[in-house]
Design a protein around this ligand. Structure first.
Ligand SMILES: [Zn+2]
Length: 175
């Protein structure tokens, strides 16, 4: 089933309907964000109590302020070290496959930034417009995209003299 990641908003294929995040990475980031937001609120309340309402003596305020600053630091350090681990490699590949399967839709719905991103991803060495033939040419197509296109026959490019790019470099993974 299709679902939206509640952190990044991306569509992903959920095996279980209870799955809320597209990846472990998003789950982790959402956790950090939640903790960070709670902490920000706590700090605001603290400052309000001390500076605005003047309900809190300076020593108490200072003690809490140091405590919250340390918690903030801890979250920042955890965020810096977590990164993308091998454990969610499978999910990353899953995401990449979904992206490849929805290229046309992404291109049609996406803005300039999305189109530029996709263009760079699919044609890593850029596109050249061939005036004489009225066609775009490139010397390179992303290997994975080329393999998918070769299998699905989805790209009209195959007929445009780029078929050599779709020649299998390795068929060892095929059944
Ligand atoms: Zn996500």
């Amino acid at each position: 089933m299709e679902s939206n990641c509640i952190h990044c908003g991306e569509y992903f294929t959920a095996i279980r309907s209870s799955k809320k995040y597209c990846s472990d990475n998003c789950k982790q980031m959402a956790y950090f964000k939640r903790n960070g937001l709670e902490l920000t609120k706590d700090i605001e309340t603290l400052e309000e109590k001390h500076f605005i309402k003047e309900e809190m003596p300076k020593e108490t305020y200072e003690r809490f302020r140091v405590k919250y600053a340390k918690e903030f630091d801890k979250i920042r350090k955890e965020m810096a070290t977590c990164g993308i681990s091998i454990s969610n490699l499978k999910e990353m590949i899953n995401e990449a496959v979904i992206l490849c399967l929805n290229l046309r839709q992404l291109w049609e719905d996406g803005g300039i930034a999305m189109k530029e991103g996709l263009q760079n991803l699919i044609f890593p060495s850029g596109l050249v417009y061939d005036k004489k033939n009225g066609a775009f040419r490139t010397s390179e197509i992303n290997f994975i995209i080329a393999q998918i296109a070769r299998h699905t026959g989805d790209l009209a490019l195959i007929k445009k003299g780029l078929s050599s790019l779709f020649e299998p470099k390795s068929l060892s993974a095929e059944s």
